[in-house]
Design a binder for this molecule. Structure first.
Ligand code: FES
Ligand code: MG
Length: 572
């Protein structure tokens, strides 16, 4: 057994290299029997005080270690680049692929037989899963868990979702700066990631539905002691997975990805799910494309009543029974021929855990909150490769809408003019924002849910159609057409839209059409010049040269696929 483990190629060596591999490790106080061929478990930690959503993960690592030791493994924690949504400029998304490279090379280059990924904030989940997928060891994810419900003046408030509301209230004079600072404290009152069904919760649900966590892991609040139990149990389980050689590629099959798409629709998950799932699939070598999301997910009903689509938060989801209840509602359409980290499929995992304790939080498949909830892909001359809209976060009346384009040529242009009282705009117009795609910004930030002009908000109007090649925070809402591909910075037709053009959005027909003739577009194209690259050196320059379109998951082209776990040469 032990000689088959890859860690044997380090710690099992009887020569000079073996001395080097073992001796320096012993400076941490490790006795010789730790090197006797027991499975070495890497604990890949995205802890950082600059990623507040993950700042509690050192404690989770200790719980995982406890479980690994109990099961006879050798736990070794290591840090990788941590990506926090709130502080990192210009956007954490710019560095998702970089962090995935960090995870991949850290796992492959070290004496690790199985890996536990400690995740939390949005990008920390896809980046680590992408990296681990490109190596292919037994892998388990321990999601860090959401914050407890926010409460402000007796009202439930959700991470992110209420930021947009507070911002609007400040603009329209309904809230003072002092009140806002109190509300901020109320919103983030415990450890954990955003507790709305934003991208972090979406990613936690994604890894559970893919089969990469132990059952029921995703909804447990970070502050709940059962999260620590889950971490400990995951530590025990990864040791078994190494013994069973249950590698990540055996879990991440096409059926697993299809299950994740079904579940994401049913929970009202973030539109960012699409980009990250495509990127992960690309590493495993499975072709998931935009049309798969529409085909598999768009007719799935919304079962989970969480902000931003609904009114509750992750804590309520956990008390209502968590993801096993949703999986049970979907049991007739979920693939059974999959295997999760437990070695069993979802149907087996959830046995005995299917009672719903609050049917206002989790609806049934027969009586859902919304009949067709999943993200929809629209196409047309404005988005030849597709664009994405999340109908459950949109205003139904705007899903079929033709309006006059009001164009912002950059995010700076938008910021400068949006609240100008002389801006020629009304609520029937369509706001268009250019150059916020992967190459354009760079990094495809979450600016697609552009705030409405103050003068329109003051009328009490809450939503307008907005179109961009950027993303939208999973905690946000609005009729936002996102991820327009090809993006404007590489010459997609979005770059050619002018003020006054008529744009037609028809979600039922899956249509996004710019009412401008092909001849006119061709003549505009002749006059168009590509923007100057955002960087000439460093990672950003590499990113701009190699990033693929958002419809391809915005991964770097050379990171697609996997290289296995083998490293043949020694370091000395
Ligand atoms: Fe980290 Fe929302 S900001 S999860
Ligand atoms: Mg986000």
């Amino acid at each position: 057994m032990s000689e088959n483990l890859r860690s044997h190629n380090w710690f099992g060596k009887k020569n000079k290299d073996g001395i080097i591999y073992r001796s320096w490790m012993k400076n941490q106080g490790m006795p010789i029997d730790m090197f006797d061929g027991r499975p070495v478990i890497g604990i890949c930690n995205t802890f950082s005080e600059l990623t507040p959503c993950n700042a509690h993960l050192r404690e989770h690592a200790e719980m995982v270690k406890r479980g690994v030791l109990e099961a006879g493994g050798f736990p070794l924690e290591f840090p990788i680049m941590s990506l926090g949504e709130t502080l990192l400029k210009p956007t954490a998304m710019l560095f998702r692929n970089l962090a995935s490279m960090d995870a991949e090379e850290s796992i492959r280059g070290n004496p690790i037989d199985g890996v536990v990924l400690l995740t939390g904030c949005d990008k920390t989940t896809p980046s680590t899963v992408m990296g681990a997928s490109s190596v292919g060891l037994p892998t388990i994810v321990v999601p860090g868990g959401p914050m407890l419900n926010g409460r402000y003046k007796g009202q439930t408030i959700g991470s992110g979702t209420h930021v947009w509301k507070f911002d609007e209230d400040m603009k329209t004079g309904k809230m003072t700066q002092e009140e806002c600072e109190v509300a901020e404290s109320c919103m983030s009152r415990s450890i954990g990631h955003c507790m709305t069904m934003g991208t972090a919760s979406t990613m936690a649900v994604m890894v559970e539905s893919l089969g990469l966590t132990i059952s029921g892991a995703s909804a447990i609040p970070a502050a709940d002691s059962r999260k620590k139990q889950m971490a400990q149990l995951s530590g025990r389980r990864i040791v078994e997975m190494v013994k069973e050689n249950l590698t990540i590629d055996k879990i991440l099959t096409r059926e697993a990805f299809e299950n994740a798409i079904l579940v994401n629709a049913a929970v009202g998950g973030s539109s960012n799910f699409i980009i990250h799932l495509i990127a992960i699939a690309g590493r495993i070598g499975i072709d998931i494309n935009l049309d798969d999301f529409d085909r598999i997910g768009s007719k799935i009903p919304l079962l989970l009543n969480l902000m931003p689509s609904g009114k509750y938060l992750m804590e309520d989801f956990y008390y209502a029974g968590g993801l096993p209840v949703i999986l049970n509602e979907l049991k007739d359409i979920l693939h059974k021929n999959i295997i999760t980290v437990t070695g069993k499929n979802h149907h087996e995992n959830i046995k005995g855990h299917t009672d719903c304790y609050n049917d206002d939080v989790i609806a049934t498949y027969e009586k859902p909150l919304i009949p067709d909830a999943g993200c929809v892909v629209v196409k047309g001359n404005l988005a030849l490769n597709g664009a994405v809209i999340k109908p459950s976060a949109a205003t139904p009346a705007l899903l079929e809408h033709t309006g006059r384009a009001v164009v912002f040529e950059s995010i700076e242009d938008y910021n400068a003019r949006i609240d100008d009282p002389n801006l020629d705009i009304d609520e029937t117009c369509i706001m268009v924002l250019k150059y916020v795609g992967p190459v354009g910004y760079p990094g495809m930030p979450e600016v697609g849910n552009m705030a409405l002009p103050k003068k329109i908000l003051e009328k009490g109007v809450k939503d307008m159609v907005r179109i961009s090649d950027g993303r939208m925070s999973g905690t946000a809402y609005g009729t936002a057409v996102l991820h327009v591909s090809p993006e404007s910075a590489i010459g997609g037709n979005l770059a050619l839209v002018q003020n006054g053009d008529m744009i037609e959005l028809d979600v039922t027909q899956r249509k996004l059409h710019l009412h401008v003739t092909d001849e006119e577009l061709a003549s505009r194209r002749k006059k168009w010049t590509a923007p100057k690259p955002a960087a000439e050196r460093g990672y950003v320059s590499l990113y701009i040269k190699h990033v693929m379109g958002s419809d391809k998951g915005a991964d770097l082209d050379f990171l697609q696929g996997n290289s296995g776990s083998e490293v043949t040469r020694d370091s000395h």
